[in-house]
Design a protein around this ligand. Structure first.
Ligand SMILES: [Mn+2]
Length: 442
């Protein structure tokens, strides 16, 4: 009988001893929560486990075992220096350290070794399993992937995620698109692992593991406010609280503790909100200079979109563009029925139906904003059938012209059509301005 992905994950974990856990760069509560929960569980199973994440964000440092996370895959492979001894045999091997240099000293039996007798290579990775959490595609691991690409070909990968854009890059893929978070998927897995290895579902879950898992669920559902919240999210959360998850500690650290720089940064972003009522899009931008002027970290940007920007009324799409070291980051939030992943895909991004993101490189903030708004407006034009509206506008325009209505009456017309034809209103406004200018010239 074929094993389910969950059973395959359990089998792979059982037979592995040195395990590397990874999650995406620019990590959120689900990344930290899933990483730490699984880290603690694997430790309980006496595995040699290393958990690596690129950005060790301070605001998650309240999570248990946070101090054991590292930000680089280090010392995971041997560097081998080989000497060809076919012709000349070595008689003695020693080493000494001279300042910053390690000298390996090889004495020949007779004759002389030449530089071309030496070659270099890498040993096998020390890991026998990698588990990648909450990550749709390995490139989202940032530097960890860029600097250790070989690792991803040589070591078997378990891919556990809930993003619709997941690329199924693992040897085993435990993907549940209906789950609110990776932490929600992990609870079932950890229970099964407990049953398989310790004979009881709750054997591996203590208050710390439950707290880490609940952190992922609370943050990914926006405290159970986002559309990805399902009855199962509540059931799992209730179960975790019953198991001792410290919900108040999570809420206090994540939602009730904001540094001054974060508040200033959010204030800046809020002060720059723009809204297009016709296309039903709201957006804001923040530049690299503005972030550094405030003295804030790039990571402090996350949160503002879910907590504040999405409250702008009459918006189907909310967009935040932030200029960072390695490009312009776009965050998208949408109302139900507007696919955020589709919008993100215009710029090779991805995510969830109502929360997605993308990155643009080689463009200024202004250029990026122009490009993105143009694409999003095009999308909304079709979706909201604005074409139709424009036709109506043309017809009304013609009628107005034919009637050659005096200025005063045009104003009345404007008021009457305001609600129905915002485009018409705009056109009339432009016309009026042009007229005024013409009059000035005359
Ligand atoms: Mn997640």
């Amino acid at each position: 009988m074929e094993l389910t992905p969950k059973q395959q994950v359990i089998e792979l974990i059982k037979k592995s001893s040195k395990i590397l856990l990874l999650s995406h760069s620019n990590p959120d509560g689900d990344a930290f929560g899933s990483l730490l929960a699984l880290y603690m569980v694997l430790k309980k199973l006496e595995k040699d486990v290393v958990a690596v994440i690129e950005d060790l964000k301070e605001n998650f440092s309240f999570l248990p075992n946070f101090s054991e996370l590292i930000s680089e895959v280090k010392g995971s492979r041997d560097f081998i220096i080989s000497l060809d001894i076919k012709e000349i045999k070595a008689s003695k091997l020693s080493y000494n350290i001279e300042g910053d240099k390690l000298n390996i000293v090889i004495s020949p039996q007779k004759g002389e070794f030449k530089p071309e007798d030496v070659s270099f290579s890498y040993g096998k990775w020390h890991f026998d399993l990698m588990i990648i959490l909450d990550t749709a595609d390995p490139e989202q691991l940032g530097k960890i992937y860029e600097e250790n690409t070989h690792l991803f070909y040589e070591v078997p990968i378990i891919n556990i995620d809930h993003h619709a854009s997941n690329e199924y890059f693992g040897k085993v893929n435990l993907i549940d698109l209906t789950a609110s978070s990776t932490c929600e998927i992990l609870l079932g897995l950890i229970e099964a692992l407990g049953k398989a290895c310790k004979g009881s579902e709750s054997a591996l879950i203590d208050e710390d593991v439950a707290t880490a898992l609940l952190c992922g669920i609370i943050t990914d559902t926006g405290s159970f406010q986002n559309l990805n919240t399902t009855p199962k999210s509540f059931t799992v959360a209730a179960q975790l609280i019953a198991l001792g998850a410290r919900q108040q500690e999570i809420v206090k650290n994540i939602y009730k503790k904001r540094s001054l720089t974060t508040l200033k940064l959010w204030g800046k972003i809020l002060s720059k909100i723009k809204h297009d009522p016709l296309y039903r899009i709201s957006w804001s931008v923040i530049s690299k200079d503005e972030i550094s002027e405030i003295g804030a970290q790039e990571s402090e940007i996350s949160g503002v979109i879910d907590e504040l920007l999405t409250s702008v009324a009459n918006s189907d799409i909310v967009l935040l563009l932030s200029e960072r070291k390695d490009g312009i980051y776009g965050s998208i939030r949408t109302i139900k029925g507007v696919d955020a992943t589709k919008l993100a895909s215009f710029f090779n991004g991805g995510g969830h139906p109502e929360a997605a993101g993308f990155k643009i490189t080689n463009a200024s903030l202004e250029e990026a904003l122009e490009k993105v708004l143009e694409k999003f407006k095009e999308f909304q034009k079709e979706r909201l059938n604005l074409e139709e509206l424009e036709k109506k506008k043309e017809v009304s325009e013609k009628l107005l012209e034919e009637k050659s209505v005096p200025k005063e009456e045009k104003k009345v017309e404007k008021i009457n059509t305001e609600k129905k034809y915002p485009l018409l209103e705009k056109v009339l406004e432009l016309e009026r301005q042009e007229k005024l200018q013409d009059e000035d010239v005359e």
